[in-house]
Design a protein around this ligand. Structure first.
Ligand code: PEP
Ligand code: MG
Length: 593
């Protein structure tokens, strides 16, 4: 594909994380906190400034009432009440009096007067070690930012909910909860300054099938609101003011991709079996119960990973047992008799609850996350376990614990599960007595003790996204070190092999549900290492299946043998790609390397 930099066309490069091409106008999300400078004006007209301030308050009030109404219609009265606290801040007589005094007597701009008058309260509240008071500080800051946005004219850029027409979002970063909330009708694609392929933001982009390029770095500042751009989520390019010639070439590429998609429909119900008759279980990863439709369409054999934490984020309360039960039951029934592996809560890291005040951690991925959090917040965990158990009466559910790093954690989780089972028995509630339990292998320690773990569980699922970051000490979110995040590092391959072998020796299967399983270049290598199940985004199921159907397990084993004896990640990658490319050449035409 040719690119013409001579005209006004300018090409930027980032990390391709979600396939597809989109074309549209840029909307820049400005998430930076507005901190007004201290400016006093001798010539300031206090009446006019007060009137400007009152108008901004009024506008903010209207905006909040609108949000409240929207929330009320969408999720009910209880959730929308949180915004009452915001409205109260706008009406607080002490604050209003102080702002007016600062404008009149000190001739300060209303932005600074407001910021100064409220920030000290927010600071004092957040300094107290009390989650209720910290939440009030967050409320104050949130509503004040909204007023400041209205005063400074930046409010248009404030929120994702304000999008009125289809566009491409440009942002410093999008959190997983922002991404989960994206309206795929309005968001044609998104681009961020930071971020990487295995961040949950990237995983969600693939699941929502929104083309995305992350980790553009400072180049992102070339992108301005209103510009017309082309986003190439296959190769990680962003082109400003694309020429007609380039648009034509991309049009052709999209057509070819659509043809491939149509041809993949033909193998939807065919088995994921290699040319030499070796069967692989190909399942799908989901984030929400509604994703089940995509799973059914994809031709996957059930769900290999249900990331249940997405039920918990983006809301102002916790889902209770009944709500969780309904959600797990829906997936379980829809896919019955195929298996559905429900992963227990993996909160923490980059997935946080918006309404529970978790104090900032120096290393969130090494911190209060997943099973560690659940074993301390036992009520939260028990509620989820009971909901899963009850849903197990309606299909083929399995339970999987995330981030296990030692035997004690597994035993403790299983003890709690047993308590919940006992509770349900006493109450006469139905559940499957034969429910299978698995662990994710995503810490190096879990892989190293997989022989011990295997004696206590029914299956392993390797979470390569985390396993790679923990084993190589490479933050999975940091684009600056993305080149060091190497799935083909011999250290990683040995950890996978150790796990698979321990599983086989103990008669249990091992799958991979991390993004390595969706990477077409890695599929033969994983199969050669003995992995028996692959769980990938629904959108990737047909391609992975086609690839499996075009390789020989003998060749895959030869590749794995070479990889286990090699000391070069790059050479392993080269050979792995070659094998996949030979099997399905047209899947690779969009990749430059
Ligand atoms: C993994 O770590 O590979 C995994 C599947 O879990 P998550 O991406 O949700 O951390
Ligand atoms: Mg993980």
């Amino acid at each position: 594909m040719s690119l013409d930099n001579k005209n006004s066309e300018l090409k930027l490069r980032g990390i391709p994380v979600s396939e597809g091409v989109s074309r549209g106008r840029v909307v820049v999300l400005n998430r930076h906190r507005i901190v007004p400078a201290k400016t006093s004006f001798e010539t300031l007209n206090p009446e006019a400034e007060e009137a400007r301030f009152l108008a901004a308050l009024d506008k903010t009030r209207q905006q909040i009432l609108e949000i409240q109404k929207r929330l009320h219609d969408k999720i009910g009265a209880k959730q929308s009440l949180i915004f009452d606290a915001h409205l109260l801040v706008l009406e607080d007589p002490a604050v209003l009096e102080e702002v007016n005094r600062k404008i009149r007597e000190e001739k300060l701009s209303s932005e600074y007067a407001l910021y100064n008058a409220t920030e000290k309260y927010a600071e004092a509240l957040s300094a107290v070690d009390d989650s209720y008071l910290s939440e009030r500080a967050a409320d104050i800051r949130d509503v004040i930012q909204r007023v400041l946005g209205n005063l400074t004219g930046q409010s248009k850029q404030y929120g994702l909910k304000d999008l009125t027409e289809p566009c491409i979002i440009v942002a410093n970063d999008l959190t997983p909860s922002d991404t989960a909330n994206l309206d795929s009708e309005k968001v044609l694609g998104f681009i961020t300054e930071i971020g990487s392929k295995t961040s949950h933001t990237a995983i969600l982009a693939r699941s929502l099938q929104i083309p995305a390029v992350l980790g553009l770095g400072k180049d992102i500042h070339e992108l301005k609101a209103g510009q017309s751009i082309l986003l190439d989520g296959f190769n990680g390019f962003v082109v400003i003011s694309p020429s007609d010639q380039l648009l034509f070439e991309y049009g052709q590429l999209v057509k070819r991709q659509n043809t491939i998609e149509t041809s993949l429909q033909k193998i939807r119900t065919e088995p994921a079996k290699t040319l030499d008759n070796h069967s692989i279980t190909l399942s799908a990863n989901i984030e929400r119960a509604t994703d089940v439709q995509a799973v059914l369409k994809s031709g996957a054999t059930g769900v290999g990973l249900f990331r249940t934490e997405f039920l918990f984020i983006n809301r102002t309360d916790l889902p209770d047992e009944e709500e969780q039960f309904q959600s797990y039951k829906k997936v379980s029934e829809a896919l019955n008799p195929e298996p559905v592996i429900i992963r227990t809560l993996d909160l923490g890291g980059d997935k946080l609850l918006s309404h529970v005040n978790v104090s900032a951690e120096m290393n969130p991925f090494l911190g209060w996350r997943a099973i560690r959090l659940c074993l301390q917040e036992k009520d939260l965990f028990r509620t989820q376990l009971r909901a899963i158990l009850r849903a197990s009466a309606f299909g083929n559910l399995k339970i999987m614990y995330p981030m296990i790093s030692g035997i004690d954690e597994l035993d403790e989780a299983n003890n709690l599960l047993e308590e919940c089972q006992q509770e349900l028995r006493v109450k006469g509630e139905k559940f499957s007595e034969k429910i299978e339990i698995g662990v994710m292998i995503e810490t190096p320690s879990a892989a190293m003790i997989s022989d011990k773990l295997a004696k206590r569980v029914h299956f392993f699922s390797i979470g390569t996204n985390d396993l790679i970051q923990y084993a190589l000490a490479v933050d999975r979110l940091n684009e600056k070190i993305a080149h060091l995040y190497e799935p083909t590092h011999p250290g990683i391959l040995r950890l996978i092999k150790t796990t698979v072998d321990a599983g086989k020796e103990n008669g249990i299967w091992t799958g991979v549900c991390g993004e390595m399983a969706s990477d077409l270049s890695m599929v033969p290598l994983l199969i050669g290492l003995g992995v028996e199940e692959l769980s990938v985004a629904s959108s990737m199921v047909p391609r992975v299946k086609m690839l499996i159907r075009n390789i020989n397990v003998t060749q895959a084993k030869e590749l794995a043998d070479f990889a286990l004896s090699s000391d070069s990640p790059k050479e392993i990658l080269r050979r792995a790609k070659k094998l996949s490319r030979e099997a399905v050449p047209n899947f690779f035409e969009t990749k430059e390397d």
